[in-house]
Write a new protein. Structure first.
Length: 51
């Protein structure tokens, strides 16, 4: 995680078993791994802003 004034860049990873509908796909019951990154904007109260 890297922050600058009212912006935070976050990189994340996750894993689990695909048991239900996810990302528009029916359950596969297979192990899945994913990763990504996003930029979050912080409001004057220190909370993440809604897009």
């Amino acid at each position: 995680m890297i922050g600058e004034e009212k912006k935070v860049w976050v990189r994340y990873k996750g894993c689990g078993t695909h048991l239900g509908i996810g990302w528009g796909f029916e359950a596969t019951n297979k192990f899945v791994e994913f990763e990504g990154a996003t930029i979050l904007y912080i409001n004057s109260e220190g909370k993440v802003k809604d897009p």
